[in-house]
Design a protein around this ligand. Structure first.
Ligand code: SF4
Ligand code: SF4
Length: 335
């Protein structure tokens, strides 16, 4: 099986990492089964976050007896040092551990630095001194913050969206991390469900030897799919290259990545799915997206207040209310 060294951390993790966001949606028993199956079949890196409700608790239940055999990263979205410590202590309790391998700032709007008024980076340093964390990481969806984090030399790892739809600027980030000996953890390698061919997604990322993808999984069939790549890693073929080219053209320009950072919406519009419904309808199985439940969710777009809260929070600078409107018009035609 392929391994990746996460830059200056020296941590060697399996090329297939486990993204533990989706296990929020399954029972604790099923989650523990899935996580342990992943571990006993070669996956040794698990990424979670304080924001992912009970995901950390499920990881704790699955791995408290084999803590030293795995690498765990989690995240804090704290805005103050006080909340940082609350989050960290809660994560340690949930994960049933004394230390976190990589503790990451969760998509901050700025790059925390020593001595800044947030006090967040100083809290990280103190946590490291106390042995509660081993390495300092940052996750982001904004190119500018990611670049600043790399240039600052203050971070051991960067977690950033990276898939075969990556732009040249995204690829530059991967190269800059390699140059600065910083681990690159790839999130959204299936672009939030828009990429349905996991073998091509895997093969594309495998070209970058410093990239550690984390695949979000909640079904055993999904896990089995990725485990099969441990034994026979997919290699980029001419057909795969053509597919990538085709998808890049189809998804060119501004499209919603489904990250959900624009939410919550005051009238309850499920923006992260509604704003990319046209793509989902054409790229994923249609049945669910055309159900009565989804028709009602799409109808809610009519209630939009045009308050623009979503637009101001979108890290990709999308005109979200406009995008929702376009997707709704298309949905009605599709129906
Ligand atoms: S502009 Fe519309 S979709 Fe966006 S947050 Fe406001 S009400 Fe919700
Ligand atoms: S509109 Fe922007 S912030 Fe909201 S889900 Fe899509 S990409 Fe993410």
């Amino acid at each position: 099986m392929d391994n990746v060294t996460l830059g200056k951390t020296g941590l060697v993790v399996s090329k297939n990492g486990f993204g533990a966001l989706p296990i929020q949606r399954i029972t604790k028993k099923d989650a523990v089964y899935l996580l342990q199956k992943a571990f006993y079949n070669g996956i040794n890196y698990f990424d979670t976050a304080r924001w992912y409700s009970d995901s950390e608790e499920k990881l704790g239940a699955a791995f408290c007896y084999i803590r030293d055999k795995i690498t765990i990263s989690t995240k804090t979205g704290a805005q103050t040092a006080e909340d940082f410590w609350k989050d960290l202590n809660q994560s340690l309790e949930n994960l049933q551990t004394d230390y976190i391998d990589i503790y990451q700032f969760h998509n901050p709007a700025f790059c925390p630095k020593p001595g800044d008024e947030s006090g967040l980076y100083d809290a990280m340093l103190e946590a490291k001194k106390q042995g509660k964390i081993r390495f300092i990481g940052i996750t982001n969806h904004r190119l500018s913050v990611a670049k600043e984090a790399i240039e600052s030399n203050l971070y051991d790892t960067l977690q950033f969206p990276f898939s075969y739809l990556a732009s040249d600027a995204d690829i530059e980030l991967v190269k800059a991390c390699k140059k600065n000996n910083m681990g690159f953890i790839a999130m959204k390698a299936l672009s939030g469900g828009l990429i349905t061919d996991s073998a091509t997604a895997y093969a594309y990322l495998a070209q970058f030897d410093n990239v550690a993808p984390i695949w979000g999984m909640q079904r055993e069939s999904e896990l089995d799919e990725f485990l099969s790549y441990n034994d026979t890693p997919p290699v980029l073929t001419e057909d795969m290259k053509k597919k990538i080219e085709h998808d890049r053209k189809e998804l060119a320009g501004d499209f919603c990545r489904g990250c959900g950072y624009c939410m919550p919406c005051p009238v309850g519009i499920e923006i992260n799915n509604c704003a990319r419904m046209s793509l989902l309808l054409r790229r994923a199985p249609q049945e669910m997206n055309l159900s009565k439940e989804w028709q009602e969710k799409m109808r809610k777009i009519e209630d939009c207040l045009h308050c623009n809260q979503c637009m101001s929070k979108c890290p990709y600078g999308l005109n979200t209310p406009e995008l929702l409107k376009k997707n709704y018009e298309d949905y009605k035609t599709f129906l």
